[in-house]
Ligand binder design. Structure first.
Ligand SMILES: CC(C)(COP(=O)(O)OP(=O)(O)OC[C@H]1O[C@@H](n2cnc3c(N)ncnc32)[C@H](O)[C@@H]1OP(=O)(O)O)[C@@H](O)C(=O)NCCC(=O)NCCS
Length: 153
């Protein structure tokens, strides 16, 4: 899917740290990454980080962080999020397909809260399947679902 009109994408830099933190706090009320962890993601040589901006807006429309593949291990989506006012416009699909394109062929994985139906629906639509359930994975006891897509198929 192409980037919808009115948006631009670029690599994230440490100057985005606070804006990413503000976005994370809005979309992950229970488990937003702390500022320091966002900073570490942005300076890490093993993550690929990208942001989406809406023309004329200061705040971010979307953020994606992906761990780069090491040897034949799968790539992991570290975090993906779209600001509520920009959701349902294809940005989530765009970010996921962007990650897949960067690291194809190979396997790509993520962990999602078992009750996060919008995200699970997005992943299923893109061809991800349930690999395993991790009981009590999240700090509040909710299970995590590990989902995977084989990009070589
Ligand atoms: C999950 C998320 C990234 C989707 O972003 P988005 O930009 O709205 O996604 P898209 O517009 O590309 O939608 C693609 C598909 O996702 C699913 N989806 C998105 N929002 C949904 C909702 N509220 N309810 C059900 N399905 C939804 C649908 O299958 C949709 O396909 P459709 O438009 O044909 O119905 C976004 O809802 C988000 O940031 N949520 C909060 C953070 C989060 O949960 N991140 C994932 C953590 S693992």
């Amino acid at each position: 899917m192409p980037l919808p009109d009115g948006y631009q994408q670029r690599g994230a830099t440490i100057r985005d740290t606070r804006r990413i933190r503000r976005l994370e706090k809005r979309i992950f009320p229970k488990d937003a990454y702390p500022l320091i962890e966002i900073f570490l993601l942005l300076i890490s040589p093993v993550t690929h980080n990208t942001v989406i901006l809406s023309y004329g807006e200061e705040e971010l429309a979307g953020f994606l962080s992906v761990s780069k593949p090491l040897l034949d291990r799968p790539v992991w989506i570290v975090t993906i999020g779209v600001a509520p006012e920009h959701q349902h416009r294809g940005l989530g699909t765009f970010l996921m397909q962007y990650a897949e394109h960067q690291f194809s062929p190979g396997r790509i994985r993520l962990t999602v809260r078992a009750g996060n139906h919008p995200a699970i629906s997005l992943y299923e639509k893109l061809g991800y399947h349930l690999l395993r359930r991790q009981r009590g994975y999240y700090f509040d006891g909710e299970d995590g679902l590990i989902m995977e897509k084989d990009l070589s198929r």
